[in-house]
Write a protein that binds this ligand. Structure first.
Ligand code: NAG
Ligand code: NAG
Ligand code: NAG
Ligand code: NAG
Ligand code: NAG
Ligand code: NAG
Ligand code: NAG
Length: 511
């Protein structure tokens, strides 16, 4: 991502100049709706189309109310979450009555609201299309669809149809303009993986958007291709995300993704605290409007102005990153002292590998991965921890003395639980208690306030910076980027205690 940062700096400079001499920033108005969905209590039971529709219309009634509210506030595009209409945990048999038909022709121009009788089994599409038309806004929603296939297609299921987890997009006059079939399914037995990866982009008068869904955010296809090859700057993202701290809370990953790729992301999640689902928002590289609430069961509409060019925001970000980029040259010389750094490395480059105790390193499980940790047991200093080919460092100063255990952890390897993906991670976390065996456990509150610099020698350029503070609040680094093959993140002031500061690297090539 080094080149991205340099490009960013040049662009930031030019745009800031333009903004200062009065060109102003162009925005559009977006909304995401965190939906407390009405769930099917017995999703594997067989149903008929009529009851399935009655059920789904209860969720669609709520969608319609939200579009009406959004319409009065000038919203131009609204995003609803994954599984928000039909729910989850269906089997291939039991989901059938919940599926709308999607005609297999892509070139078809169809306005389901105006042409309701063109195809059978399209009642959900018709309602969404009418909402878009009545509300005069682009509507993005997720539903289950059935798409007929030919037996000559080697991937066509034996029953002659695909079942897809589908995002659809309607233009502000109700025309169906895009559909995307989720690539990376997450234990969804009712759905099929599409026979080909879909890179779906749709156009509006205000911006050009890419589409992806939930678990897709952890994989190269389709989203990295959308960003890098197709130069997409805005992503719409329906999700049904179960939060998992310290590293993968919904808003945490949305924020890190927007900052890491320098894009805007419109993320709509389901709201069900019993399932660990909450956290939606509208994120641009330096600002965000988000909602996270584990204390009630209410839905939430989030509306925000989004910069048409996410780079322009660098001129006026809260954290004043723009002026940092303009004015500062970084004193990013490596400042750990040899007495505090690694004294001896074992054959695998593990710092103090054989000599736990001496350097105080220990192993503990975090998010099902075997991390190596070193505790932060003094009020300031620099520590190092290595694992595999990755060495992580933190130079820190703890601002207030709290009785809490923090540790710096490293992981370089393949994650294999609930999906396989390769990771390189440097993470400073608050442990569950003062006992080191609890480092890596889920923690939501903390009091320790730090000034720190965190860095590591990553082998992948896809590193996402994340800072979570007490109560699951988000912070941006004061600065992050690359220098001498190390990825850095720096933070000087925090008004809440630190829960997690991490450089989350995805090593796609090694999957
Ligand atoms: C769906 O299945 C998951 C995993 O088996 C379970 O944790 C969850 O409670 C189920 N959700 C519903 C709504 O049935
Ligand atoms: C409806 O919107 C689509 C897509 O934006 C556009 O191509 C079409 O011309 C519009 N139709 C009418 C009748 O305005
Ligand atoms: C603090 O940790 C360092 C290494 O991380 C270790 O050498 C030292 O003994 C520890 N000190 C205390 C007081 O636990
Ligand atoms: C974690 O890794 C360490 C060495 O890297 C190893 O000694 C330990 O057995 C591993 N723990 C588990 C639970 O696999
Ligand atoms: C990272 O640094 C460690 C310690 O210097 C070294 O052993 C390792 O090979 C480095 N990794 C990469 C990818 O350069
Ligand atoms: C440390 O600072 C945080 C944030 O200001 C505060 O919430 C916490 O109570 C402080 N703790 C101590 C022990 O000073
Ligand atoms: C830390 O936790 C482990 C595992 O729960 C336990 O065996 C150990 O006794 C604890 N250590 C202390 C000092 O409490």
């Amino acid at each position: 991502m080094a080149s991205v940062i340099i490009r960013l700096m040049i662009q930031a400079f030019l745009y800031c100049l333009m903004v200062q001499i009065g060109f102003g920033i162009e925005y559009y108005v977006a909304a995401v709706y965190e939906h407390h969905s009405i769930l099917n209590s017995n999703p594997t039971a067989l149903s008929d189309r009529k009851s399935a529709l009655e059920f789904m219309f209860r969720n669609l009634d709520i969608y319609e109310q939200q579009v009406n509210i959004a319409s009065k506030k000038g919203v131009q595009i609204i995003v609803f979450p994954e599984d928000g209409i039909h729910g989850f945990n269906y089997s291939r048999m039991s989901i059938y009555p919940y599926l709308d038909l999607l005609p297999s022709s892509y070139s078809l121009t169809w306005n389901p609201c105006l042409e309701p009788n063109k195809f059978q089994d399209t009642e959900v599409l018709q309602r969404l299309s009418c909402m878009a038309k009545e509300g005069r806004m682009f509507v993005v929603a997720n539903l289950g669809t059935k798409v007929p296939c030919e037996q000559e297609d080697p991937k066509c299921p034996p029953d002659g149809r695909y079942h897809f987890n589908t995002n659809v997009v309607f233009s502000d006059n109700g025309t169906l303009i895009a559909r995307y079939f989720k690539q990376n399914l997450y234990f969804e037995y009712g759905f099929d993986i599409p026979p080909h990866v879909q890179h779906v982009i749709f156009h509006t008068p205000f911006a050009r958007f890419g589409l992806f869904t939930c678990f897709d955010i952890l994989f190269y296809e389709p989203v990295v291709t959308l960003i890098e090859k197709f130069k997409v700057k805005h992503l719409v993202y329906p999700t049904a995300w179960m939060n998992q701290l310290p590293l993968l809370s919904s808003i945490q990953i949305h924020r890190a993704f927007a900052t890491g790729f320098n894009i805007n992301i419109l993320a709509a999640n389901i709201h069900h605290t019993t399932l660990g689902m909450s956290g939606s928002g509208i994120f641009s590289p330096l600002s965000s409007s988000y909602h996270f609430d584990m204390g009630s069961e209410n839905g939430q509409l989030i509306i925000a102005k989004v910069p048409v060019d996410p780079s322009e925001e660098l001129c006026q970000g809260d954290e004043d990153w723009g002026s940092v980029l303009k004015s500062e040259t970084f004193e990013d010389n490596v400042i750990y002292t040899s007495s505090q750094s690694c004294h001896s490395e074992d054959r695998n480059g593990h710092c103090g590998g054989g000599a736990a105790g001496e350097y105080g390193s220990f192993n503990a499980e975090m998010m099902y991965d075997n991390f190596t940790f070193v505790p932060l047991n003094t009020s300031q200093g620099t520590i190092q921890v290595c694992g595999g080919k990755l060495c992580c460092y933190v130079t820190y100063q703890k601002q207030n003395s709290t009785k809490e255990l923090y540790a710096l952890g490293v992981f370089d390897g393949l994650h294999t639980v609930h999906g396989q993906y390769s990771l390189q991670i440097c993470a400073l976390v608050k442990c569950g208690s003062l006992n080191a065996t609890t480092c890596g456990q889920e923690v939501t509150d903390a009091n320790g306030v730090f000034t720190f610099k965190l860095w590591g020698n990553f082998s992948t350029k896809y590193v996402f910076p994340m800072i979570v503070t007490s109560g699951v609040n988000l912070q941006l680094p004061d600065w992050w980027g690359w220098k001498d093959n190390h990825c850095y993140m720096r933070k000087k002031t925090m008004d809440l205690g630190l829960v997690t500061a991490a450089l989350y690297g995805r090593y796609y090539e090694r999957d």
